[in-house]
Design a protein around this ligand. Structure first.
Ligand SMILES: Cc1ncc(COP(=O)(O)O)c(C=O)c1O
Length: 360
């Protein structure tokens, strides 16, 4: 199957849209000045993002993608041997970042319905814990911690623990119980909210993300900032994207509409797809995810496959999503033929017998 060309790249939760013409124009102008250094620290970008988020500039830190801001936070607060807790599975970078700063990772299993288990995360915090990560909406499941449970969680996190609230996908969330981030930031000085221009804003290659937090925490995170670390082409693209908020918002609406179309169509084909608030859908064992992954590869679709566990499907263009539907529509029918005994979701004991789910 190696020789099937990849026609649709749906493995990295990227935007299906290339940069807007106005953004490309701004980038071309910046390229023409590429013999000049960018700002020593990206103060201008910080001010623009702060104005756009309606917070003072000392509440904002910019970094090399949101993953860069996360690393800066860890460098600021972690000492070798401290622990860092997160739900697992989650965004692959968190264990890598923990290793980079010498933190001991504490991976807390997701609940069986793909949610971050807030009580278990709280129980994992002790005096050695410096950071707890919550990903909201969650990668890879797309689940959301809604406003009331998140507030209750934050109230119970001890003050010596910094909460890294990763909102890389927040622009795709439509749940009416979405947490109000600015109210949370006002109430909790140990909270850093991560956002990115990589996903909804479609600038993944340019590596710009930002953090929002209380001035003391932001100042500590900024101390880890690399001088000249944000390149001028990326800064120009972000400035132009902020001016094009309406147009970009309509693109996000289209992705959300496609997410719902794909979810309903996959459900009609037998897949147990849970609601997602991100730009992706999560198909989980005991659904036939390995067969599904093989069918996607045959159909020219590259999705993120976790063998025996799940498939994370990025929402692509309508054409790409149709290719997903074409590939996945028959998998259940075929699976039912070849394995009448296949377990259904919820039948986890049977699923374990079939080796389709791992015990936590
Ligand atoms: C939850 C989550 N956070 C952060 C990122 C990284 O974003 P950035 O490109 O801003 O570093 C990703 C990328 O997939 C992600 O899934």
């Amino acid at each position: 199957m190696d020789d099937v060309p990849v026609l649709h790249h749906l493995a990295l939760n990227e935007s299906p849209y290339p940069p807007l013409p106005s953004v490309r124009k701004a980038m071309r102008r910046a390229v023409a000045q590429a013999h000049r250094y960018p700002q020593f620290y990206p103060d201008d970008l910080v001010e623009r993002i702060a104005a756009w988020c309606r917070v003072p500039p000392d509440h904002v830190v910019v970094g090399s993608g949101s993953v860069g801001v996360a690393l800066q936070l860890l460098q600021a607060v972690i000492e070798r041997g401290d622990t860092m807790a997160y739900a697992w599975r989650t965004f692959d970078a968190y264990p890598l970042l923990a290793a980079m700063v010498g933190a001991q990772p504490v991976a807390v299993p997701l609940s069986t319905d793909g949610r971050q288990d807030l009580d278990a995360l709280l129980s994992a915090l002790d005096r050695r814990t410096r950071v707890v990560v919550l990903c909201n909406p969650h990668n890879p499941t797309g689940s959301l911690v809604t406003a009331a449970p998140l507030s209750a969680f934050l109230r119970r996190v001890p003050p010596h623990v910094t909460v890294l609230l990763d909102e890389a996908y927040v622009e795709f969330a439509r749940d009416p119980d979405l947490p109000n981030t600015s109210a949370l930031l006002d109430a909790h000085s140990n909270l850093l909210v991560l956002r990115t221009f990589s996903k909804a804003y479609g600038l993944a290659a340019l590596r710009v993300g930002y953090g929002l937090g209380a001035p003391d925490l932001v100042a500590r995170v900024r101390r880890q900032q690399l001088p000249f670390g944000i390149n001028a082409v990326a800064a120009a693209a972000v400035r132009a994207s902020l001016r094009a908020g309406g147009e970009l918002g309509r693109r996000v609406d289209t992705v959300v509409a496609e997410r719902e179309r794909l979810r309903h169509r996959l459900a009609g084909a037998g897949w147990h797809v849970r609601p997602s608030q991100a730009n992706s859908l999560w198909l989980a064992a005991p659904d036939p995810v390995d067969e599904g992954a093989a069918a996607l590869t045959r159909g020219g679709v590259r999705a993120r496959h976790y063998p025996g566990e799940g498939i994370r499907l990025t929402i692509g263009s309508p054409q790409a999503n149709d290719a997903v539907l074409a590939a996945l529509s028959d998998v259940w029918r075929h699976a039912a033929h070849t394995d009448a005994d296949r377990p259904r979701r919820g039948d986890h004991a049977a699923a374990s017998r079939h080796g389709l789910i791992r015990s936590p």
